[in-house]
Write a new protein. Structure first.
Length: 435
């Protein structure tokens, strides 16, 4: 260990107890309008962001433009023969708050098709990367590489009114969103399907085109539509949404901002949760002998998990206080399309018994499943068994919400985001424990 690193370690070990004490003994002490606990704890619960795109209600779950998930699915125009709405109709809805007509939806579908062709240099960049590069790194790099085409950058450099900033942001965001499914599918086929590619069919809507480029038959087109909509937005405070907003607030264009948000999504505390839940569920089944357990056997195994100090992945949520409606929506799909799948049966059994166990255990604020408790099972069933790719799917959907948000940020002239920092010494002085 170098002298620098050795000295740094000593400083870290000396500082940690100070932070621990502030959180343990003085978390509720006010620092201006917030508490010490909120200042140290990631601004949890601090109401300082504004968005009209979505709202997370503790009892109803996510609302898109005021509509619950079931209301959203019911209201929007559906692709022919599909149980789920066009992603293009959802984009119209998030941007405007209005439910589009069939004619308005078809216009957006046509606009996406006109924008969807990915520049060849994007593929050159992807192919130049080592094949063991993480797919999220590839996804982010592909997004960033297209920044050279930013309409916002060109018009800003040419000089334009601040009141018009939203216009090129809309153009960049729509172009990005139209291209993302093709980029995601290309990465998947290059890394995991022997570098064999299926060209896009620009006569198809986004969901159907993505499914055929992935090489997966119906009803995976509905999986794509459902999955992208469910993962699109989750207020502005989550890492991917907030990062995208933060970078865009400095007048960076949509390419810079979305690439940054995708990088945030790649972290294990954000976008990786779905693959971690699936991995845990499969390992759990192996421990039980590879067969479906009885309810009593399952309860015993879950209690053993909790008593060993581990958590039950996919259960609990920082805001929700009921079953995540995104979980419910995916569960309904599974009940219709894969009711006899062994993995889904285990997930269903876990859902049946876990909330009561967690309530009895007493340490979980929310004993109900979140979206990640279900989503990986569907992807696995349709042959996407490569865990690392799940976050790319998440990111493709998340782009819909964050790009709608930054378009509105520009339209409303939101300023650069710049919160104020204070030192640990200041916090100790406010708490009355400064030596």
């Amino acid at each position: 260990m170098t002298k620098l690193k050795e000295t740094l370690l000593k400083k870290i070990e000396a500082h940690r107890p100070r932070t621990t004490r502030l959180l343990k003994e003085h978390a509720d002490v006010k620092v201006g309008e917030v508490t010490i606990g909120q200042a140290i704890g990631g601004a949890r619960g601090v109401k300082c962001l504004v968005t009209d795109i979505s709202y997370l209600d503790p009892m109803e779950g996510i609302r898109f433009r005021g509509k619950t998930i079931p209301e959203t699915f019911a209201a929007l125009p559906k692709a022919p023969g599909s149980d789920y709405p066009y992603v293009e109709a959802f984009w119209y809805f998030l941007l405007t708050g209005d439910v589009p007509t069939e004619e308005q939806t078809r216009e957006v579908v046509a606009d996406f098709k006109a924008r969807a062709r990915v520049p060849h240099y994007v593929y050159d960049i992807l192919r130049a990367m080592p094949r063991d590069t993480h797919p999220m790194t590839m996804f982010s790099a592909a997004i960033l590489s297209m920044q050279r085409e930013s309409q916002f950058l060109k018009r800003y450099n040419a000089g334009m009114s601040k009141m018009d900033y939203w216009d090129p942001m809309y153009e960049d965001s729509t172009t990005l969103l139209a291209r993302l499914p093709q980029i995601a599918a290309y990465i998947f086929r290059m890394k995991y399907r022997g570098d064999t590619h299926i060209p896009p069919d620009h006569d198809l809507d986004l969901g159907a085109n993505f499914a055929q480029m992935m090489g997966i038959d119906k009803p995976y087109d509905d999986v794509a539509r459902m999955y992208f909509i469910l993962h699109s937005d989750h207020e502005s405070g989550n890492i991917s949404a907030h990062t995208t907003h933060l970078v865009a607030s400095g007048l960076s264009d949509a390419y810079y901002a979305l690439s940054a948000g995708i990088n945030g999504l790649a972290g294990p505390l954000h976008g990786l949760a779905n693959q971690e839940v699936l991995r845990w569920t499969q390992a759990f089944m192996e421990k039980l002998g590879g067969k479906l357990p009885t309810e009593e056997q399952l309860k015993e195994a879950l209690w053993n998990t909790l008593k060993s100090g581990q958590v039950i992945p996919g259960y609990g949520h920082a805001v929700l206080r009921k079953t995540d409606p995104r979980y419910t929506a995916q569960r309904e799909f599974c009940l219709k399309h894969l009711p006899d799948d062994e993995l889904f049966k285990l997930v269903s059994m876990i859902y049946k018994v876990t909330p009561d166990i967690l309530m009895e255990h007493g340490k979980a604020k929310n004993p109900w499943p979140n979206v990640d408790a279900q989503s990986g099972v569907i992807q696995w069933y349709y042959g996407i068994t490569e865990y690392d790719f799940y976050t790319v799917l998440f990111g493709t959907g998340r782009a819909i919400g964050v790009l709608a948000n930054i378009t509105w940020d520009r339209a409303l002239g939101y300023p650069i985001e710049r919160p104020k920092s204070i030192t640990t010494d200041m916090l100790e002085e406010i708490a009355g424990i400064k030596k």
